[in-house]
Design a protein around this ligand. Structure first.
Ligand code: C5P
Length: 238
């Protein structure tokens, strides 16, 4: 049976691929991540279809704009039925706060469950050299914690973060804060292009609340068996 902490990334391009994978995974997976590539290819129908199948949807579109525009964008995505949405914390405190407030107010007005709003702190693809090239003086880890605290202060529900950052964020932001972690690889599996990976159990132990898993599930010879093996490992950490 599904573990609501597992989010399978739908890194495919067509509705046919989505329907095939979601049908194959069946009751094993209840939460899916839709990113830019899929959303920009097939549009809102992917969210509608997943919701019709009873699935939760993390719409990972990482909005970054002025407060009024980001808030309007998030409210539009909320109306599609997304369960979780995100913005870049580097859009600033006012952008995050305005977006969270508008989303909550509009959800209440519509009488719908408010989605979770989380922040991307520093993209995990940015290394120290890129970071300094952007004129940043803080160490990346320090900036991640600072941006996570800012997101919390602005009323967001959590952050996207690597497992390596999870413990620090948990300590700084408290127990209720969501930490959604990609780069998950079951022990012994291929890492692909991810450089900072963690196993499902170790990420949860370090404080992650949700695990985003792409290739270890959708590229497996038997995706359902792969998802179930991950869920078994997760069940040992509650
Ligand atoms: O295939 P894999 O498990 O590496 O997929 C991870 C998913 O999480 C992909 O959709 C990737 O874009 C996303 N992601 C990530 N690292 C981040 C943010 C998102 O890997 N920092």
């Amino acid at each position: 049976m599904a573990d609501e902490r597992l989010i399978a990334a739908l890194d495919v391009h067509t509705m046919d691929d989505v329907e095939r994978l979601v049908t194959t995974l069946g009751d094993s997976v209840s939460y899916y991540k839709v990113g830019m590539e899929l959303f920009y290819s097939v549009g809102a129908q992917v969210v509608t279809w997943l919701r019709e199948q009873g699935k939760d949807v993390f719409l990972d579109l990482k909005l970054h704009d002025i407060p009024n525009t980001a808030a309007g964008g998030i409210c539009s995505l909320m109306r599609l039925g997304a369960t979780m949405l995100n913005v870049h914390a580097s859009g600033g405190y006012t952008m995050m706060k305005t977006t969270a407030e508008r989303m909550h107010a509009e959800a209440e007005e519509m009488g719908i469950a408010c989605p979770k709003l989380i922040a991307v702190t520093v993209l995990t693809s940015i290394n120290q050299e890129d970071w300094e090239g952007m004129g940043q003086a803080l160490q990346i880890k320090g900036a991640v914690v600072r941006l996570a605290k800012l997101a919390k202060k602005a009323g967001l529900d959590g952050v996207v973060a690597s497992a390596q950052e999870a413990a620090l964020i948990r300590e700084a932001c408290g127990e209720d804060f969501l930490i959604v972690t990609p780069g998950i690889r079951p022990a012994g599996s291929e890492t692909h292009d991810q450089s900072r990976v963690a196993t499902p159990a170790s990420a949860l132990t370090d404080g992650s609340t949700h695990l985003v898993v792409g290739r270890p599930i959708y590229a497996a010879a038997d995706p359902k068996a792969a998802a179930e093996a991950i869920i078994n490992e997760m069940e040992n950490v509650r």
